[in-house]
Design a protein around this ligand. Structure first.
Ligand code: ZN
Length: 152
């Protein structure tokens, strides 16, 4: 259910994230599908993930490191098949990387705490949201936790 598009820049950048782990540790902590998306910049197939059509209130944390990344308050129905947010919980929770795989220029969104791949950011698509941005995030990169009972 996961397409991997290997991002070759990834191997050199783990040292700069506060919650980074080495590759063996990620392989131990994550399922093979989680690893393929979070650590190899894979993409789960549209309409297959856990949260694309989820409307439960909560906080979405990084499935790799537990950092709070997005809130249900900024989630909206983009009908693209992946969980979509018009803004992160705070700008310092995510990092933006120019992604030139597949001959396209896209903006990759990573967890700023551990460097794991979350998805991509698209802008100016005309969605009726406050930012007209779409953080198109893999469900498998996230874990929803209740607002008043936060993980960690
Ligand atoms: Zn993380």
């Amino acid at each position: 259910m996961v397409d991997v598009d290997m991002n070759t820049e990834r191997s050199t950048d783990t040292a700069r994230y506060p919650l980074a782990s080495d590759d063996a540790e990620w392989r131990r902590r994550l399922s093979p599908q989680e690893y393929a998306v979070l650590r190899q910049a894979g993409t789960e197939r549209a309409f297959t993930g856990e949260y694309w059509d989820d409307h439960t209130e909560g906080i979405y944390t990084c499935r790799a490191c537990g950092t709070e990344l997005f809130r249900s308050d900024e989630k909206f129905d983009s009908h693209c098949g992946w969980p979509s947010f018009f803004a992160p919980l705070a700008q310092d929770r995510v990092e933006y990387i120019q992604d030139r795989t597949f001959g396209m220029v896209r903006t990759e969104v990573r967890c700023a705490a551990c460097g794991s791949h979350l998805g991509h950011l698209f802008e100016g698509e005309g969605y009726d949201t406050p930012t007209d941005q779409r953080y198109c995030i893999n469900s498998i990169s996230l874990r929803r936790v209740p607002k008043n009972d936060r993980a960690e």
